[in-house]
Write a protein that binds this ligand. Structure first.
Ligand SMILES: Cc1cc2nc3c(=O)[nH]c(=O)nc-3n(C[C@H](O)[C@H](O)[C@H](O)COP(=O)(O)OP(=O)(O)OC[C@H]3O[C@@H](n4cnc5c(N)ncnc54)[C@H](O)[C@@H]3O)c2cc1C
Length: 396
């Protein structure tokens, strides 16, 4: 016999669970909602951790996500076990909670570099607000900061710490920053923005090891080059946190997430997944996707809430993502493209106001907007329509 019953149990204290809680109320649900999260903070927005919060411009309070007052939020508490057949979760408080419906939204963890010196003081990763506090404090005394990884975390952190007066270097496997997601042309644009603000960008380079005694002093590259570093921030990707899901016997998909159908349901009655761990059949893309972006987590959380209340709807929102490089540049993107064979550029890349439309076999599969150039609603329509339009059908 469980210790207590709730109508809706939300496991994981991030954006997906928070959005689900709010939507349960907005959609008219009156049942009890219990949100259980492992972190010391109640649900908060992570994006400021590499942007305004890291720069010290935004407070912790402003990052918090507002929740309906009658949602019960328990922090510093993990779901340790889940029995999907009995519909019971066991919490780290030893309490057993029986639920009517449940959401698994345990998010992602940083991917750690397995190289010599990885344990040295001064080597940081960024996932939570507490990591941002540690990076900001540590970087204060550092002459040089090296950011490992050319994706959005590495680039945003380098931009934020440059604004705080630090000298930053980005080192990455790819030739150009952000090129994996957005292609070479956008990558060159991002490099130009970063370099114009004094950031050194080292592409095509693998980190061999971190050198130093107790504290990191340099990043050593595969070709023997040594980059002096008082602080290192690794933005080397994330892995879905499927520990609880795996232990509970849920199916893990090929993309490493919890396998769900187009309604974000797992194979178990009343049990859903959303956010970074959710690997679902996407009716928008016609393939299985798993996406690590805040607005996607929020939209999926809302779909789950409506389905918990009986809507039985497929998740149809076209994924959206943004990245800010300090106040120098903002990139927005809808997609994501798995692959593309044509890029159509509109606007004026040299002025930083342009869009890139990614086509595959004549269909728009993604669009990127720099400086607010593209009509992203038009892009969403073209992506969701999945009809060939060719370059001529792309808005001017
Ligand atoms: C520094 C940073 C900057 C970002 N910037 C952007 C951006 O600019 N734009 C964008 O679109 N996206 C951005 N993202 C990505 C975005 O924040 C994530 O996609 C989003 O947070 C995913 O939400 P989630 O609810 O799935 O998971 P999470 O936010 O990871 O929340 C999951 C929570 O569940 C908790 N948990 C795990 N296991 C358990 C358990 N067993 N019991 C209880 N709790 C558990 C975790 O501790 C965590 O608090 C950024 C991410 C980071 C780290």
């Amino acid at each position: 016999m469980a210790d207590r019953w709730v109508d809706h149990l939300l496991i994981g204290g991030g954006m997906a669970a928070a959005a689900c809680a709010s939507e349960l109320r907005a959609a008219g649900g009156t049942g009890s909602v219990l949100l259980v999260g492992r972190e010391p903070d109640p649900p908060y927005h992570r994006p400021p951790a590499s942007k305004g919060y890291l720069q010290g411009r935004e407070s912790r309070e402003s990052a918090l996500i507002e929740l309906p007052g009658d949602v019960e939020v328990v922090t510093r508490t993990s779901a340790m076990a889940l029995d999907p057949a009995a519909k019971v979760a066991k919490l780290s408080t030893k309490e057993e909670v029986e639920y009517g419906t449940a959401l698994l939204a345990t998010g992602a963890m940083v991917r750690r570099l397995q190289v010599d010196g990885a344990q040295l003081e001064g080597v940081h990763y960024l996932r939570a607000l507490g990591n941002a506090d540690a990076i900001r404090a540590d970087a204060q005394g550092a002459d040089r900061v090296v950011c490992v990884g050319g994706s959005y975390i590495g680039c945003e952190v380098a931009a934020s710490l440059t604004q705080l007066g630090r000298r930053c270097t980005i080192v990455m496997l790819e030739d150009e920053p952000m090129e994996r997601g957005f292609g070479r042309m956008v990558g060159r644009h991002v490099r130009a923005v970063l370099e114009a603000h004094g950031i050194e960008v080292v592409g095509g380079a693998a980190v061999e090891r971190f050198a130093g005694d107790e504290r990191v002093a340099a990043v050593v590259l595969g070709d023997g080059r040594e980059l002096p570093a008082g602080v290192v921030v690794c933005g080397t990707g994330a892995v879905p946190d499927v520990m609880l899901a795996r232990k509970s016997g849920l199916e893990i998909g090929e993309l490493g997430g919890v396998r769900c159908d187009d309604r974000l349901r797992t194979a178990h009655d009343g049990l859903y997944a959303a956010g970074d761990i959710c690997e679902h059949d996407s009716v928008v893309h016609g393939r299985v996707v798993r996406i690590e972006h805040e607005e996607v987590a929020a939209a999926q959380g809302r779909t789950v809430a409506r389905n918990m209340l009986g809507a039985d709807e497929a998740h149809r929102e076209v994924p959206y993502f943004w990245s800010d490089l300090a106040d120098w540049a903002t990139l927005e993107y809808v997609g994501p493209a798995q692959t593309w064979d044509e890029e159509v550029v509109r606007g004026a890349p040299d002025d930083g106001e342009f869009s890139v439309w990614y086509l595959h076999e004549g269909r728009v599969v993604a669009a990127l907007s720099a400086g607010g150039h593209a009509d992203l609603d038009a892009a969403r329509g073209l992506i969701a329509g999945r009809e060939p339009v060719g370059a001529a059908g792309v808005p001017a």
